[in-house]
Design a protein around this ligand. Sequence first.
Ligand SMILES: Cc1ncc(COP(=O)(O)O)c(C=O)c1O
Length: 423
Amino acid sequence: MPLSRRYCAVTLLFLAEFRLFRPEYYTKKRRGFPSLNGVNLQSMSHYLDHNATAPLLPEALEAMTLAAKEGWANPSSLHEPGRRSKQFIEDAREKLAALIQVDPSTLVFTGGGTEACNFALFGAVQALQTQHKGRHLIISAIEHPAIKSGAKSLEEQGWQITWIKPNSDGVIETESVEKALRQDTVLCSVMAANNEVGTVQPIHEIGTLLREKGVLFFCDMTQALGKLPVDLSKTPVDLAAFVAHKIGGPKGVGALYIRKGIRLESLLRGGGQERGLRGGTENVPGIAGYGAAAEWWQQHGDEERRRVESLRDQLQSELQKKIPEIKINAANVSRLPNTLHATFPGCRSDVLVMALDLRSISASAGSACASGSVKPSEVLLAMGRSSEEAMSSSRFSLGFGNTAEEIPAIVEALAQVCQQAKG
Ligand SMILES: Cc1ncc(COP(=O)(O)O)c(C=O)c1O
C-alpha cells in the first residue's frame, strides 16, 4: 500500500476510534433530527460538510420506512401490491417535478447523481452520433468528476473537447462559451453551482446562447437544488442532473430531467422501466425518500436558505475578525448561500480538517484524499490559484443541522488550529 494511502487510512481509523470514546458525540441533541437506538443521527457535533452530503431528513426517513413496508412489491407487477409500489414512485416524481417546475414525465429516476450525469453525457452523445451533426463538445473545467472523467473518456474515443476555464472568481463566463462554439459543437456542459467554491454559474445566459445556436445544454444541478430556487420552466436547459442526498434524501438515488423532444440513448437496458430509459427494478424506498425531501424543500426552502445564509455570513465575518490573513474565495460573486470556501495561508487543508475533526468539527479539504493521495483542488488550479494556495484552502458548507449557537465554538477552534498549524 503506498505510504500516502496508508497515512490516510491510519488517520481515519484513529479518528473513528477517538470519536467512539467521546460521550458527547452521542448525547448532543440537534433540532429535529431522528434518532436510532437512542443515537442522535445528527450527533456529529458541528457538521459543516453539507455539500458532501446532507443528513437524512426525518420526513425522508419516515417516507422510506413506509415505502419499505408497503411498497415491497415489484412496481412493474400488474397486481395490487405492485401498483401500490408504483404509486410510491409516481408520488415522488410529482413532488420532485413540483419543486423544479417541470412535467413529471420529463424526469427519469437514476441510481444517483453520477449516473444521472453519465446518462446525460453518454446518452446524448450516443444519440447525437447517429445524427452526424458533429463531434465537438464544450465542457467546463470545474465540472464534477462525474462529468469530467466521462468527457475524458469520450476524448479518447475521438470526440473533440474544448475545456473552458473559469475566471479567477470561479465563474464560467458566457463569453468563454461563445468563443468555444464551433460549427460542429453539439453539446455543452456547465454546472449550475460548483460543489467546492460554491460559485453560481450564469446558466440562464449560457442556456439562451446555446439555444440560439442549436447546441444541447446539459446542466449538473445536484448542488444547486435546495440551496437555490430552481425553476426549469424558465431555465433554458435541455438536460439537468439531480441527486437526493444533497437535499436530505437517501444516497444512491438521483434523477435526470430530459426536456420534451430531446432524444437520449439509455445506458442501462433492461425491463423497460422508466419508459425504457433506465432499466432495472426501481429503488422504491429510496425514491420515496427523495420525494419527501423534495416536498420538504418546496415547503421550507425560502426560509431555510435565508437562515443558512445568515449563519454562513456570521461564520465568515467572525472568521475574518479572528484570522485576519484568511482569504475568502468567490466572495464577490454569486455563491451558494450555505458555502464558505477560504484559504488559510500557511495552514495545509488536510491538516486543518483532521485537527478540526479531533474537535468534532466536520469540514472538507479542497483536495482529494479518496484516491489515497492528497492533491491540490483542480477547481482552484483552474481559477488560477497556486498549488500552495489550493493546498491550504478548505470548504465549510452549512445546512439544516447548524445553529447560530455553534458559530463561536467553530471560529475559536479554527483560530486555534490555524495558529498551531503555523507555529
Ligand atoms: C456537483 C456534483 N455533481 C455530481 C455529484 C455526484 O453525486 P453522487 O456521488 O451522489 O453520485 C456530486 C456529488 O458530490 C456533485 O457535487
